[in-house]
Design a protein around this ligand. Structure first.
Ligand SMILES: O=C(O)CCC(=O)C(=O)O
Length: 232
């Protein structure tokens, strides 16, 4: 089911658009919106963030066999104009994922390092634009997150993570869902179209505009969404 749905999302996009470049699916696609409300997943998120939190992101990171794409080592928080920096990402494996098909790798303990310098990377195969300096990657602390289809990992927005190219014949894809506690505020001067979707509890702060729940299974590239996703 997860895999069938993934293929449907891919088929919906223009053929020259890699799905890894298309964030914010929860805003346009009811299936992804509902998937992000799976109670078991939210229970894990609540354990980390507390009772009141919203979703603001959903991005699928896919690597087709031998497509050469990679995700540079980075801290998510570097990319997002959100304060405080307390976003948690759920990464749901849509296919079995391990070292041979370019599973995500993390640097254990790096979420405690604080904000790190990033530099720009150059090349179409990079799925993100900036990378942390090489010295920040303690090789002895690198862990590969092997997951079976349907399993999840959670990562803090300061954790250094990334993934290499998929040199296997097996597809690899993870659906992410990004959640923040309700005290997190987006800087709308930097990201004017940011929207929050309350998932659990109450939004006692009302810091961010609320998004509209999608009524159909569309994709985020329609005219209304354009320009709204440069930060995810
Ligand atoms: O799937 C990957 O390799 C990277 C995912 C990622 O960067 C993220 O979830 O923030």
């Amino acid at each position: 089911m997860l895999q069938q749905r993934f293929r449907e999302l891919v088929a919906m996009l223009p053929s020259d658009m890699h799905i890894s470049r298309v964030p914010l699916w929860h805003k346009a696609n009811r299936y992804i919106y509902n998937l992000s409300r799976t109670p078991t997943i939210l229970d894990y998120v609540e354990d980390v963030l507390g009772p009141n939190f919203f979703q603001w992101g959903a991005h699928c990171f896919a690597k087709f066999p031998h497509d050469g794409t990679l995700v540079p080592w980075h801290q998510d928080a570097y990319y997002w104009p959100l304060e405080p920096k307390t976003t948690v990402t759920v990464w749901l494996a849509l296919f079995d994922t391990d070292e041979s098909n370019a599973a995500m790798r993390i640097v254990r303990g790096s979420h405690l390092c604080g904000p790190l310098e990033h530099h720009e990377v150059d090349g179409d195969h990079y799925m993100l634009t900036d990378e942390v300096e090489e010295e920040a990657i303690k090789q002895s602390e690198v862990v590969t997150l092997d997951l079976k289809a349907g399993e999840i990992s959670l990562h803090d927005n300061r954790l250094i993570h990334g993934s290499g190219p998929n040199n296997s014949d097996r597809l690899r894809a993870g659906q992410t869902m990004r959640f923040s506690p309700t005290n997190v505020k987006a800087d709308l001067s930097v990201w004017p179209t940011f929207e929050s979707y309350l998932v659990r509890g109450v939004d006692e702060y009302q810091h961010n505009p609320a998004g509209k729940v999608p009524s159909r299974n569309g994709h985020p590239l329609g005219p209304k969404m354009q320009g709204s996703w440069e930060f995810e």
